[in-house]
Every structure is written in C-alpha cells, then in structure tokens.
Ligand binder design. Sequence first.
Ligand code: ZN
Length: 504
Amino acid sequence: MPSESPQTPWIERAVASPAVRAGYLSLVAHVVVCIILAILALEARRSPPPAPLELRFGEAEAAGDEQLAEVALGEPIEEPEALAGSSPAAEAVPLPAEDVPLVAVQSPIDAPLPPAEEPSPRLDPAGLPARAVSVRVGGGATAAAQSASAVASGTAAFSPRRGGARGTAALARGGSAASEAAVEAGLAWLARHQAGDGSWQFDLSGCRCDGACRDPGTLTGSTASTAIALLPFLGAGSTHVDGPYHETVSRGIYYLLSRMQPTPRGGDFCEGTMYGHGVTTLVLAEALGMTGDEMLAPSVRDAVRFTATAQDLHGGGWRYLPGQAGDITVTAWQIAALKSAMLAGVEVPSPTIDGARRFLDRVQTQGGAAYGYRTPAAKPCTSAVGLLCRMYTGWGSGHEALHRGVTNLAKPGPHPTNIYQNFYLAQALLQLDHPVWPRWNAKNRDQLVASQARFGHEAGSWFFADHDTAPGGRLAHTALAVLTLEVYYRLLPIYREEAVDRDF
Ligand SMILES: [Zn+2]
C-alpha cells in the first residue's frame, strides 16, 4: 500500500480508507441481492395462477370398450313399408375408426365462446362463491374411497362417453361421422347461446344472438331451459370438472344451484313448473354420478325429496304444480331424474316409484303397449314416453307388452318432425336392441343430420315444425336433437342396460 502523504489528493485518500471500501462492498452486495430478488419476483409472476378448480377425474378412461356389445344386425322381424325403400345411407358400412373424427370434428375449443366467462353478480343471490361446485385434484386415495360407493355404478355407466370409447360406441350402435359432427356443431351452437349469467333462456335472451336466430321459444322458467341445454354437454362427456365444455357446464350448474328454493318439503327447482324441477334434478344427478363431486350430493338429495313430496299421492304422477294429477311428459322427467339419482347413489323412496307405476297403469291401454297423456287415450308420442318409463320402472326387455308397443311405434319409421317422439323411441329401441333399430336409426339419424341448420347464427341448431314442442323453440329442439344423436354412447346412466334391467 502506498504511503499517504500530504500531497496525495483527498479523493484518493478517501477511496483508500478501509471504512469507504467496506461501504462499497456492502453497497455492491445489496445491489446484487436486490437484482436476484427482482428476478425471482418476475419469475413468480410468469408462473400460471392457481387453478380456480381442483380437478378429480373419473375412473380410467375408455374402460368400457370391451363392454360394448355389438348391435344385433339381423333382419327386421317385420319390414315396415316406410322403411323398405330407405336410402342407401341406411345400408352404410361403418367407417374405420381411424378415419372418423368422432370426438372433435369441430374443435369445441375453437368454437366461439359464450359472451361472458364470469358469472354475473346479479346471479349470486345466495352469496355463493364464484365456483359453487367443489372438486378436487387427482382425488387421493381417501377422496376416491369416499366417493367410490356413491358413484361406483355411475362412473362405470358413463365410461362410453369418453374419448375413443365414445367413437367406438357411436359406430357400434349406429352413429356415423356425420352424426358426430352434427353433435359437435349442436354443442357449439348451444355454447354460443348461453347467457352471460350461465343460464339459457327459451327465448334466447341474455346472449349475443340478439334475434339472429329464428324461432325462439315462448316458455318461461330458466331452470327448465338451462337444464335442457346442459344435458347434451353431459351427454357428450363434458362435466363441470372436465371435458372441452367444462367452463360452460360449470357456469350452467352454478346457475341452477343458485335457483334452488329451500322449502320444508325439499329443494324446489320448479320456477313455475315441475318440468323445470325434473330436468334440473336430472342434470344435477348426472353431474354427481359422472364426477362423484360430493358437493352436489346434498342438492340432489334435497331435489329428490321435493320430487317425492310433489307427487300426486292419489294418482302417482306429476304435473306442472306440486300435487296436481299427473301427465305423462312431466312424470317422465321425474322418473328419469329419480333413476339417475339412484345411479348416483342417492336414496329414492320406494313408495315414490310405486306411485309412478300406478300412474302408468292409469294411462295405459292395449295391455300396457300404449299410453295416453293424462288418460288411456293413447297417441304415438305419449306411448313412446310411457314405454320408456316402463323400462325405467322395472319392465324387463322381455316384457311382451313392452316389445309389442315399441314394435308398433317403429313400424312407420321415425316421425319426420316430432323430435320428442323420436327422442324417446330411439332410446327404447336401442335399449331393447330391437331388430328394427338399424334401419329405423339410420333413417332417423340421417334426417336429423340433414335438417340441422348450416348457415349464419343458426348453424348447428335445429327447429322442427312440431306444434307440441314449438313453445320450447330452437333451444329445446336443438337440445333434443343432440340428445337423440348421442344415444349411441349410452351416455346417460338411465339409458344403460343395468339401469333398465335393475329395478328401483
Ligand atoms: Zn343465435
């Protein structure tokens, strides 16, 4: 170290002093620490935020491949005239699976999103959290064990909806690449017409359609419209937990939960009619059965209790208002909801099912092969509804009247415009593996695909010239058409063999 002298400039003396050098070192050290902390903070901000939903997926995917029975493709036991000249499409050879874009013909991710992803604040009357439905990531052994007993049957029942299993089931049961594409386009239309609050409305209000689609419905009651629109998403494997439309479904289910009115007689989703309560209960029960999300179980139990207490104790059916003498269409939705709830592990009172059977006895004719609306004055549509209800409530596939009734209804082929009748008859025919199914289905499938709107805002939707269901408008017709084209997956547990063959 050079010796300091009086001639050394003061600045050099200062720099050379031990105190100043220590200060420099401290300053440098602090600057380095600050830089490191800043880098760490930036990295943390780049990381994705915590997922708003914790996911717990169901059982192994595609577990049902080997369980898919081939449709009996034998000759029809009776060659209906209306089917004898069916188009060559009816004879279509199944396409090889690898050539068929069965699941994502039109990627749902690319489809236009609903107008708002966040639930509207005004739809939070009960102070529910933004995500009312709780699900868990991975589902550790404990969570899986807790839900296993409740959803054992439901989880297995839904396996054909997923991925490759869905495509396999569609081809094996009579679907086609075109019908699967129609399903995807239908789902995209439904997603585009979800209102900003997560609901759907029969009159297509609250979304960005703004009159661009014709034939809006006139019915009111947002639980019915929201629930009927959600069913096709569940049918295609999307739940509030997973699937390409899980956000759409989550917002819809959240909306439904926010509409429940607690009463001493159970959870009321009516909003005016038991039709809305029945379809809503069906949606929640399916979502519970498909995911095992225990947060849904109390709502389903409450809804089932309301269904039971709203039954007409004398006649055994349901109608618009709780306690009214029943009609077969509202009753059918309650029966479907109860069956689905049972498959999800929710207890259903046996007197309620006994009452439903009593109602069917009261409106049947021809020894149980035909059914009327509120009396035994039978029509094809009410007969199709009644026969499927019989399957839900214990009539086995070998029941003579059941087989006779379904065969009679299938003779003329699918109705050209009555989507409601075809929706029920398709399920009944497939459940029975009826010999006429391949021909009946090919015609029904192809006329549905051909009648789907192709252009403009209506693209992907349906509307039929059907007087009975016109009040539901384009929304209801689209939902029913998609559900009919999804029948091949046996997606809804109430449509599976074990759901039919197993008594309540
Ligand atoms: Zn529109």
